[in-house]
Write a new protein. Structure first.
Length: 190
């Protein structure tokens, strides 16, 4: 019996959690479990109530944790007073993906937090939107260089939320991520 047949008749949230549990558990080379795979994180995001309420969905998170794409369609519950995409929902499209991608790329030896963000609205629209987020080798090199001494480093990512069909920019978002290497004493505790 497959997982879909086994969960038929259960409430939707129970079906979803059963499907997450049925996914294979990724393992590191030493056999230890990985906390959360990109596929599981995508499913959790798409079931996360604030994202459901904002109308945001995650299309994919790459297996190497470097790329994420999200989308948002206009719905009655995520419109603003003039019938276009609500600004808060636009911002929620990019929060907290870069922090989580960076956290997974840097590993357990680093603190990674969202520090700040700013958003600039360029165009009102009712069309479907996407945002493609990617962490480059250059981003990682800058983060490593900025944290080698143990100091905090603030890395800025520039993002564009665009109309899916035309590629026209709807808004620009600057996300600042705080990264700091854990002290040797902290590493011993983790």
């Amino acid at each position: 019996m497959d997982i879909c047949s086994a969960t038929r008749g259960l409430p939707l949230h129970e079906q979803s959690f059963a499907m997450i549990e049925a996914l294979p558990t990724p393992r590191l080379a030493d056999g230890a479990n990985v906390k959360l795979s990109p596929a599981r994180l995508k499913i959790l995001f798409n079931l996360y109530p604030p994202y459901l309420g904002a109308g945001v969905s995650v299309d994919y998170i790459s297996d190497d944790w470097r790329t994420c794409q999200v989308r948002m369609n206009l719905r009655w519950y995520n419109r603003n007073a003039v019938g276009t995409h609500f600004g808060g929902s636009l911002y929620s499209m990019v929060d907290p993906h870069l922090m989580l991608l960076t956290m997974n790329l840097m590993g357990k030896d680093y603190y990674v937090w969202d520090k700040s963000a700013s958003i600039s609205f360029d165009k009102a629209t009712r069309k479907p939107l996407i945002c493609h987020m990617h962490i480059t080798d250059q981003d990682l090199a800058q983060i490593h260089a900025g944290t080698d001494t143990g100091d905090k480093y603030l890395h800025t990512f520039d993002l564009r939320i665009v109309e899916e069909e035309s590629g026209d920019q709807v808004c620009a978002v600057k996300k600042v991520i705080y990264v700091r290497k854990k002290s040797p004493n902290r590493l011993a505790q983790t």
